[in-house]
Ligand binder design. Structure first.
Ligand code: ADP
Ligand code: MG
Length: 339
């Protein structure tokens, strides 16, 4: 019998990878914002239309790309961020898989304008469904603008699966919050359908939290700090009386990356034990710095789950640091006689 195995053409492989990387407009938001940060931008503007279904655009004032790099950036596994597998354990960038732009370009209409500071002119590249439509010399500001239009235009099933604008915008704002809270030193703006949703000046962590969640937030914050061999921890928890019935603001950032961890979440809940009313959840913004070699980020394409070498120690340190922080603020247990 004849052999039957064939290598998939690039555009098919990219479309398959896109299924993992891009679930909805907010996935595009995350990837583009992270690329802007990796390009050391200090000002980043996010523009969406129809909750990202029609347009997601990120404009940054970062390093920009040469015309050759701009073209190559849409190839699968094309990255400037790592060169060897060892680099995976010394990561200082958000990206490293070289998959995002190839995936996004496979399932949308993309226009990139980019220029490096030292170049007189930049380049404009248009790419649709993974095919380059045009590449022109272009007069454009320093940095990069990537506009992603008509997401999932060639995957009707995915497009139909998208939720209402209200829900999709909520997902986008969640991603925006995560990135903005990770990088208070960067200026961020968000516009939806032409109106400003957020305009966040560069500042410190405390002020960034206040700008994002409103001026009343300031009085709710209790600082948490701890410096050990295994982890350097800083950030804030909400005073227990401001905890919510619905899961409140719960943020872990590890080495400047938002992550989800039900295990570490439990460490915080247990530090609040006896302080919360029934079924209330603590709110927290906790920034952990660990040696890059002690974590593995390459577990899932969206990188929101990571593996720690020493999870138990981190749990214990988190728990005791939060307890200590609450204690310093003389937070008394809630006396709940109704129980
Ligand atoms: P990764 O971020 O994993 O490297 P991407 O597909 O997201 O993969 O991007 C591919 C490459 O394109 C990056 O490694 C980077 O060199 C370049 N790039 C992407 N976005 C930008 C940007 N906003 N500014 C400068 N370079 C960028
Ligand atoms: Mg990237």
């Amino acid at each position: 019998m004849a052999d039957v195995i064939k290598l998939l053409p690039d555009h098919v492989a990219n479309q398959i990878a896109a299924g993992e990387v891009v679930q909805r407009p907010s996935s595009v938001v995350k990837e583009l914002l992270e690329n802007a940060i990796d390009a050391t931008a200090t000002e980043i503007k996010l523009i969406v239309k129809d909750a990202g279904k029609t347009l997601v655009q990120v404009i940054d004032n970062g390093a920009g790309m040469s015309a050759t790099d701009a073209r190559l950036s849409f190839e699968r596994h094309a990255t400037s961020k790592i060169t060897s597998a060892e680099d995976l354990f010394q990561l200082h960038t958000k990206g490293f898989r070289g998959e995002a732009l190839a995936s996004i370009a496979a399932i949308a209409h993309v226009e990139m304008n980019t220029r490096k500071e030292d170049d007189d002119v930049g380049v404009c590249i248009k790419i649709e469904g993974g095919k380059i439509i045009s590449q022109d010399v272009n007069v454009t500001p320093k940095g990069t603008s990537i506009a992603v239009k008509n997401l999932f235009f060639n995957i009707p099933a995915r497009r139909n699966f998208l939720k209402s604008d209200h829900v999709e915008l909520r997902h986008i704002i969640d991603e925006f919050h995560r990135v903005a809270l990770t990088h208070p030193d960067i200026q961020f703006e968000l516009y939806n359908n032409g109106s400003e949703v957020f305009s966040l000046p560069a500042t410190n962590i405390r002020q960034r939290i206040v700008h994002v969640f409103g001026s009343k937030t300031n009085e709710k914050l209790v600082p948490v700090e701890e410096d050990t061999e295994v982890v350097k921890l800083s950030g804030f928890v909400f005073k227990p009386e401001f905890s919510k019935k619905t899961r409140g603001e719960q943020f872990f950032f590890v080495n400047k990356r938002f992550i989800k961890s039900s295990y570490l979440n439990h460490a915080i809940s247990s530090a609040f034990e006896g302080l919360l009313k029934d079924q209330a959840h603590p709110s927290y913004f906790l920034y952990l710095d660990v040696k890059p070699s002690t974590i593995d980020i390459n577990i899932h394409p969206t990188k929101t789950e990571i593996k720690f070498d020493d999870e138990h120690t981190i749990y214990a340190i988190l728990r005791s640091a939060v307890k200590h922080g609450l204690g310093q603020f003389n937070v008394a247990p809630v006396l709940d006689f109704d129980r």
